[in-house]
Design a protein. Structure first.
Length: 193
């Protein structure tokens, strides 16, 4: 089972404001409330959107030394939602994600730079379409505290970055369809039982 990254969870690591723990505490990503949304310009006529879900991931958060925390997340390429079946089918082919070969997208943090009370830059290795590159996620800790229904510690964060799709072997028809792809990640994670 893949348990690599997930863009963003580490933000909580960097800015978590709950009571300090003696050692790192494990948080599991909540797949039902975690998503990645991306957009791209289509030939200058429109902006199209896609979304990924189905995350697995772990945050090991050290409140005493947030920069020493870690985060790993993965999700299947097949969870992509485009809103149009023919576009989805094309994206799964070797023209783009080659989903039969490169089934998962993974992210593993390599460093965390605290930039404010609730902000951080999380650097990590993103593996997409069989290509691994370092990316930086501008991350905001939305909230940290007890989940009102789960009754245990919970974190939520939002991260943004811009990917150059051709760097990941996804550059078909660039630059007519934009090569720069803005990405927004929203993640929730709950303390592991």
């Amino acid at each position: 089972m893949n348990r690599p990254l997930s863009f963003a969870l580490a933000a909580a690591l960097a800015a978590f404001t709950a009571p300090a723990f003696a050692e790192a505490v494990k948080y599991n990503v909540d797949p039902g409330h975690s998503q990645i949304v991306f957009s791209y310009n289509h030939l200058g006529f429109s902006t199209n959107y896609g979304m990924f879900s189905g995350f697995e991931g772990v945050v090991n958060f050290d409140a005493d030394a947030p920069a020493d925390s870690s985060v790993e997340v993965s999700f299947p390429v097949s969870t992509l939602i485009t809103g149009f079946q023919a576009r989805y089918d094309h994206f799964m082919t070797a023209d783009f994600f080659n989903a039969e070969v490169n089934k998962d997208v993974t992210f593993k943090s390599t460093s965390i730079e605290v930039t404010g009370e609730k902000t951080a830059k999380i650097t990590g290795d993103l593996t997409l379409n069989g290509v691994t590159k370092a990316v930086v996620l501008d991350t905001v800790l939305n909230q940290a505290g007890e989940h009102p229904m789960e009754k245990k510690p919970w974190i939520g964060l939002t991260a943004t970055t811009t990917l150059i799709r051709s760097e990941f072997g996804l550059g078909m028809v660039a630059p007519f369809v934009s090569d720069e792809v803005p990405v927004t990640i929203n993640l929730e994670a709950g303390k592991a039982d």
